[in-house]
Ligand binder design. Structure first.
Ligand SMILES: *Cc1c(COP(=O)(O)O)cnc(C)c1O
Length: 396
């Protein structure tokens, strides 16, 4: 296998769960000289850009932009509404909630973590027990990761909202939809989310470097009670700027804004409901193939229950290991880059398929063909007919 001819030339497919595949339209929109940041087109395009961004998040509320990745939006959101000494609750499925919780500790919050491990979604009853015991309303916010990208667990955000309403608990519902916005159904206002954080390099198909925090009046009211806050992360001037530079507290991410404009045009031309449906159909094709492979007893889904799987990333385990050689084979021999087993204790035997954003059926079939080829090359036991099973789901 090692002295085999590489066939990786030609257009590669970065099938990792972010950064995602960038559309040519996004790349072309960014390929231009620097624009004037004091006058003209860039300034004029902002209101429509923000409106179209709100439409993707299904919210009529405020949005602040940051020149930051997802981690930056975690800090931004926290520093607007959580004062040192206040308590936040972190129901953790997978890896990312722990990261957000650590950041909350960093700004002086007390953090209560309920750990659901690396393969299970939230158990709403366990969260209910904690909230019911909190009769003095010590818990000021819940850090709710909608889709955990490391494990591909998708949590039920509306169920968490319903729980808070049932218990009449005033904690802010803060959602991380970095891996789900523009992929899985997410509806900020209808779901009663108070603060939403996201970033541009996943479902929004733009190079990493911009993050967004959406917030409603309830979150703003909490903001107003804060004894003091970070001037840089303050969402107030960013969401209500009098001058253009206040959107970003400094120089605008000029080219990213053009890229995002092109990405939002693609999303709205397709229609967000169709975007969600496409991701679901492609996920079904991928899962059909994985189910057949799993008959060989060497490959397993990390999340057993389809209802709790992301439609944009699928985390898989190889019971006999060899996730690393599998990924190395697809990358060096086939031009297909798969995701590493992020955050897993046995990360070397895990890998992830990224299917978020600008992905269509033929790309998914090619990715599955690449995995089939790598499994054959490594002689990994597997059921036969995986691609046929995937193809069958695409014929409707
Ligand atoms: C990617 C991701 C993050 C981190 O985003 P960065 O841009 O890498 O900082 C956080 N949460 C979730 C759910 C993610 O998918």
């Amino acid at each position: 296998m090692t002295n085999q001819l590489s066939l990786a030339q030609g257009r590669e497919y970065l099938a990792i769960p972010g950064p995602s595949v960038m559309p040519d339209a996004v790349l072309q929109a960014m390929h231009r000289p620097s624009p004037n940041i004091y006058d003209g087109e860039l300034i004029e395009m902002m209101p429509a850009l923000l409106q179209d961004l709100r439409r993707v998040a299904r919210t009529d509320h405020s949005v602040a932009i940051y020149i930051a990745n997802g981690h930056g939006t975690w800090e931004a959101a926290l520093s607007n509404v959580i004062a040192p000494g206040e308590t936040v609750l972190a129901p953790a499925s997978g890896r990312f909630t722990h990261g957000w919780a650590e950041m909350a500790e960093g700004i002086g919050a007390k953090v209560e973590v309920i750990d659901f491990g690396m393969s299970s979604p939230w158990d709403i009853e366990r969260i209910a027990d904690t909230l019911r015991a909190d009769t003095s309303h010590r818990i000021k916010a819940i850090l709710a990761v909608h889709v955990d990208t490391s494990t591909s667990i998708r949590n039920d955000v509306p169920a968490l909202r319903a729980l808070l309403d049932d218990l009449d608990h005033p904690a802010l519902l803060m959602a991380d939809c970095i891996a789900s916005l523009g992929c899985d159904r997410f509806e900020m206002d209808a779901w009663g989310v108070d603060v939403t954080v996201t970033a541009c390099q996943k479902g929004l198909m733009t190079p990493a470097g911009m993050g967004f925090v959406f917030f409603n009046e309830k979150a703003q009211a909490k903001r107003a009670t804060m004894p003091r806050g970070s001037q840089y992360w303050d969402w107030q001037p960013r969401a209500n700027p009098e001058l253009f530079y206040q959107y970003f507290n400094g120089t605008a991410p000029t080219h990213h804004l053009y890229g995002l404009r092109a990405a939002l045009d693609l999303i709205h031309a397709e229609g967000i409901e169709h975007v969600w449906a496409r991701h679901e159909c492609l996920a079904n094709a991928i899962w059909a193939a994985c189910e057949v492979w799993s008959e060989g007893q060497a490959l397993q889904f990390n999340v057993a229950d389809r209802a709790h799987r992301s439609h944009a990333v699928t985390a898989l385990r190889l019971t006999e290991g060899r996730g690393t050689p599998l990924r190395q084979f697809t990358e060096s021999q086939l031009g297909l880059t798969l995701g590493i087993g992020l955050g897993m204790e046995d990360w070397d035997s895990c890998f992830r398929l990224g299917h978020m954003g600008h992905v269509n059926a033929q790309m998914v079939m090619a990715m599955l063909g690449g995995v089939e080829t790598a499994m054959a090359a490594l002689d990994i036991p597997r059921g036969r007919g995986a691609l046929e099973a995937a193809a069958a789901t695409l014929i409707t």
